[in-house]
Design a binder for this molecule. Structure first.
Ligand code: CTP
Length: 211
């Protein structure tokens, strides 16, 4: 039977006022490459993406969202449908505590913007996960990469973590570590297209009951 894959990609944008937002440097390339490769290998793919400058990969169903809240809503709508979930999106951890309905005008003084936490979508999926579902998360670390990523694997109840450093964010190439409960595999200086294929193979051949 066709595997059903839910993939997220790209950044989220959190509005400050009608003109401004905070976001991050995620290009969406890694998530799009994984979605494309899963589709080419025969999976039914639904891709939920933040705003990116990429065309939709052929043979995937694409939904565009903007904020972390919209991302969460779109993901939870499809969560039960999916056999595998790949959370490659760079979801903002914080959003402005209030959104001004009018443009914030400049004044003489400095201003402070208060930020509040967004929901950790991956953590919630780890809690809801069925025994037959495979949950894949990403970890972007600037230090103690393997140690921190392995901690995320356990704390968020993931099956696989793809760890990378901040250098991979906006580039076409990346060094990544694929980590599961049995160990880690390092992949150096590969194109995101190629990494997408390797990650898709790993996910589609993953047998979580062989431990
Ligand atoms: N993620 C999520 N919801 C959020 C923030 C992140 O689902 N609100 C997911 C990302 O899609 C990614 C994973 O969490 O798969 C890792 O995000 P990262 O920012 O590296 O780590 P955090 O868990 O947020 O922890 P920390 O900031 O402490 O590194």
């Amino acid at each position: 039977m066709k595997k059903k894959a839910l993939v997220t990609a790209g950044p989220t944008r959190e509005n400050i006022d009608p003109i401004r937002f905070i976001s991050n440097r995620s290009s969406g390339k890694m998530g799009y490459a994984i979605a494309k490769a899963l589709g080419l290998k025969g999976a039914h793919v639904k891709l939920i993406s933040g705003p990116v400058e990429l065309g939709p990969p052929s043979s995937v169903e694409l939904t565009i969202v903007e904020t972390a809240e919209e991302m969460a809503e779109a993901v939870f709508k499809e969560f039960n449908w999916a056999d595998v979930i790949v959370m490659a999106a760079a979801v903002s951890d914080y959003k402005p505590a209030s959104v001004s309905s009018r443009k914030i005008k400049k004044e003489e003084n400095n201003i402070d913007i208060r930020f509040e936490r967004t929901q950790d979508i991956l953590l919630e999926m780890g809690r809801r996960k069925r025994a037959d579902q495979i949950l894949v998360g990403f970890a972007l670390e600037t230090e103690e990469l393997i140690k921190n990523a392995t901690k995320k694997l356990r704390e968020k109840n993931l099956d696989i973590v793809i760890a990378n450093s901040e250098k991979a964010q906006s580039s076409d190439m990346a060094d990544i570590w694929i980590i599961d409960r049995k160990g880690s595999r390092e992949l150096n200086k590969m194109s995101k297209e190629k990494l997408g294929e390797i990650i898709a193979n790993k996910i589609l051949n993953y047998n979580k009951f062989s431990e």
